[in-house]
Design a protein. Structure first.
Length: 272
């Protein structure tokens, strides 16, 4: 992907290709030496699925690097470097190949469910210039194609706080269309929507946005977002902890049927 930005995953994938080709090895040769599958080597080289610490330790052994070898050292460096922590562009690339998507939102309708007019209203309240806002809108709408593609659309689960329904974004007509769109999407067999009632009080996911992607033949990745910062979580144990938080929030939210009724009532309120 020519437009994909250089990230730690892309850098280390390129370095792996260089080191492997210097040895004259095909992917299957490195895979055999490292005790890994050729498809896993390909995923790491293409930055499709992030490598784990264990993966890179095995790769270092295959190359004969004394522990900690080059790839382990780079992995640990990238894990601790704050300037690598945004990673949203990389998250969007992972989103294209995800086999399942889970999102939690406390402040606004999840991006994959937003209508064009809702997005425009959000951007008008922000700091983006007209050209930047238009480019961001196009990118966001393009991401939504993952949910509606004809071939194997991933199951996608969305939870958002009840306050999202009460916060008007744009004119009432924008909200009517937005909430109607959520109900239409929730009628699709691969899309599931839950509302977290305010009456539930505090819960593990309270305080920010969270997106979790299950990747093919690899660990989950997570994107955590606050008001001004974003953080891509690729470390397996941390991603698993985020998954547990999401599961607990899911158990506390309204059922699918109750959520649809709550959204419908909010839509009727904007329409009246």
């Amino acid at each position: 992907m020519a437009d994909t930005p250089m990230t730690p995953a892309h850098y280390i994938g390129g370095e792996l290709i260089r080191r492997r080709e210097e040895r004259g090895w095909a992917q299957k040769n490195l895979a055999r030496q490292a005790g890994m599958s050729p498809s896993r080597i390909a995923q790491i080289e293409r930055a499709h699925v992030p490598g784990t610490l264990e993966n890179f330790q095995k790769i270092d052994l295959a190359f004969g690097d004394p522990a900690p070898g080059f790839f382990e050292r780079f992995w640990r460096f990238a894990e601790g470097a704050p300037f690598f922590r945004s990673g949203f562009d990389q998250y969007v690339e992972y989103e294209k190949i995800a086999v399942s998507i889970s999102e939690y939102s406390t402040s606004y309708v999840p991006g994959l469910l937003q209508t064009e007019e809702y997005i425009r209203a959000l951007f008008r309240a922000g700091t983006l210039g007209p050209d930047e806002a238009e480019a961001a809108l196009v990118k966001r709408l393009a991401r939504q194609e993952a949910l509606t593609r004809t071939e194997d659309p991933p199951p996608a689960w969305f939870i958002f706080d009840e306050v999202v329904l009460a916060r008007p974004v744009g004119e009432p007509g924008v909200m009517v269309a937005q909430l109607g769109h959520i109900l239409d999407m929730a009628a699709r067999p691969n899309v599931f929507v839950q509302v977290m009632p305010v009456s539930r009080g505090p819960h593990p996911a309270l305080g920010g946005q969270m997106g979790i992607l299950s990747l093919p033949d690899g660990p989950n990745v997570v994107y955590l977002e606050g008001s001004w910062t974003g953080y891509l979580v690729e470390e397996t144990a941390k991603a698993a902890q985020c998954g547990l938080i999401y599961d607990r929030a899911q158990a506390m939210a309204l059922s699918l049927e109750e959520s649809a009724s709550t959204i419908r009532r909010a839509m009727e309120g904007y329409a009246s």
